[in-house]
Write a protein that binds this ligand. Structure first.
Ligand code: ADP
Ligand code: MG
Length: 238
């Protein structure tokens, strides 16, 4: 079942095409991994899907909902991890999660916040303000926030960066659990090893263009890595 689809999404900034005619679908139970070098447009694409940025053209649907026209209807269906503060730095992770949880009508909110913060390894810091957090701690918090309202769709921009081994393992395990529950998951990464391990379908994104996808069943990790390196060399982005 198709949960998220885009049709020819583009984003122009000035004369530059940052995202170029991207058509993408993600079905329930899929983990789609987009691999691309710095500057490929991955974060811009995630921001567009997350309704944080308007595309210059193109359409996005979540189930039957037009995401661009009706973004207020879809925000609660998405959990987003991006490397920007989408939270209140002067407040604690507990206070932040409570705030967002109330907005989304999460039940048993206090208990859920505590459990999630425990799961991401932040139990000792739940009453410290976010602005004192290291990059990895902030990333752990963002992951808890993305999962808080049990969203249908997870949009994870470089979810592993800044994480230590145990947090990385938590994220890998959690993505697998969410996939089993039938969620639609999009991750961007330039780590082909982790991306291959967790993904079910792979795209390369180069210079704003999303290339055709390959199913995991049709490619080995070694071949994926080799193809990716070849693409980077071809395009001079290595
Ligand atoms: P990635 O996440 O793949 O590294 P980004 O989506 O962050 O790529 O950026 C893609 C390109 O768009 C980069 O060249 C970046 O400099 C440019 N870009 C992103 N946001 C803006 C902006 N607000 N104004 C101008 N250029 C931008
Ligand atoms: Mg990026």
């Amino acid at each position: 079942m198709r949960l998220l689809s885009t049709s020819q999404i583009s984003k122009h900034i000035g004369h530059r095409k940052i995202v170029n005619d991207v058509s993408l679908t993600i079905n329930a139970g899929e983990v789609v991994a987009i691999f691309g070098p710095n500057g490929a447009g991955k974060t811009t694409l995630i921001k567009i899907l997350a309704t944080l940025l308007r595309p210059t053209s193109g359409r996005i649907h979540i189930e039957d909902i037009d995401v661009i026209a009706d973004y207020a209807k879809v925000r609660h269906l998405m959990g987003v991890v991006i490397h920007e503060h989408l939270a209140y730095p002067e407040f604690t992770p507990f206070e932040n999660l409570r705030f967002f949880g109330q907005m989304y009508g999460v039940e048993n909110l206090d208990a859920r916040c505590k459990t999630l913060l425990g799961e991401v390894g932040l139990s000792r810091f739940i009453h410290e303000p976010l602005h004192i957090f290291s990059r990895g701690m902030t990333q752990r918090f963002m992951i808890a926030k993305a999962l808080l309202h049990d969203p249908l769709i997870l949009l994870l921009d470089e979810p592993f960066s800044g994480l230590d081994t145990s947090a990385r393992q938590f994220v890998m395990d959690r993505i697998a659990q969410e996939q089993e529950k039938g969620k639609a998951i999009l991750i961007t990464t330039h780590n082909t090893e982790l991306g291959y391990h967790i993904g079910t379908r792979f795209h390369f994104m180069i210079d704003g263009t999303l290339e055709a996808s390959t199913d995991k069943d049709d490619i080995s990790e070694e071949t994926l890595l080799q193809k990716y390196q070849d693409r980077l060399i071809d395009t001079g982005t290595n």
